[in-house]
Design a protein around this ligand. Structure first.
Ligand SMILES: [Zn+2]
Length: 264
């Protein structure tokens, strides 16, 4: 996206430079506005075609199905490790297919919003820069900075989406396996929210606290139905305590790794 934009925009900015520099001095509105917008839109239009949307759809669907396959494998491993026998639980619980399709659609929309936002910001930068009489190289520099911001935002969204998906799938599988409880385990490092010795001791929602609080089932143990409660928020599940939460839900299997009757 950014590469194509620079390719088209650079010669156009150089070509229009005498016009817009002159205009910026006399505060006139030249025809360059239309011309440069046309150039930007010739690029942005390539990212709203049905062909591009089909590509997004494929990317979202394959990313989600890969994440689902990984989650299935992790889930089976965790159960097998706890139970000590091969427990085939990789079949998709009821409703999971619908969930995966909804998740794919949601991600298609998220991905589509990225070029839309990006090109809107580029238009503002370019028009503002030209009106201010900036050199093409200065305008290009601002676009480059915006490209970095957009790329970081896209990465953050992707990471958060995968972690939310994992959280939901694990919960669906634990419920389908007939389990009632899970244990919330934090990532065990300095970046864990609420860790008194870490970077965010005063975080609003404490993954550290959730992993240690005992609401009557043992430290960090919650029901799959209700999840945890913290800072006035209810229904908090590992991986979704807050954006980019890295907690995991360990399946509590009665008589195997969970003994509710023996005083925990
Ligand atoms: Zn967490």
């Amino acid at each position: 996206m950014a590469g194509l934009l620079v390719e088209v925009l650079e010669p156009e900015l150089k070509r229009l430079k005498p016009d817009y520099i002159a205009d910026s001095r006399m505060t006139l509105d030249g025809s360059w506005t239309e011309e440069i917008l046309k150039a930007i839109r010739s690029v942005s239009q390539r990212f709203v075609t049905p062909l591009f949307e089909a590509q997004i759809q494929r990317v979202a669907a394959s990313t989600i199905s890969r994440a689902e396959a990984d989650n299935a494998e992790d889930f089976r491993d965790s159960i097998n490790r706890a139970v000590g026998i091969d427990f085939e639980l990789i079949t998709r619980p009821k409703g999971m297919q619908d969930y995966l399709e909804a998740s794919t659609a949601e991600n298609v929309n998220l991905i589509k919003s990225i070029p839309a936002d990006y090109f809107r910001k580029v238009e503002t930068i370019v028009l503002g820069g030209m009106k201010g009489g900036l050199a093409p190289t200065a305008i290009a520099k601002q676009i480059q900075a915006e490209t970095g911001v957009t790329a970081r935002r896209a990465k953050l969204i992707a990471r958060d989406q995968v972690s939310q998906l994992n959280s939901d799938l694990t919960r669906q599988r634990q419920v389908a396996a007939g389990l009632e409880f899970y244990k919330s385990v934090d990532a065990g490092d300095q970046r864990v929210s609420g860790n008194p010795a870490g970077k965010y001791p005063n975080a609003k929602i404490s993954c550290y606290g959730i992993a240690r609080k005992d609401i009557g089932h043992g430290p960090g143990v919650y029901t799959l139905a209700d999840g945890a409660e913290w800072g006035g928020k209810t229904g908090l599940h590992p991986g979704k305590h807050h954006p980019l939460c890295r907690c995991v839900a360990i399946a509590m299997i009665p008589g195997v790794n969970y003994f509710p009757d023996k005083g925990k």
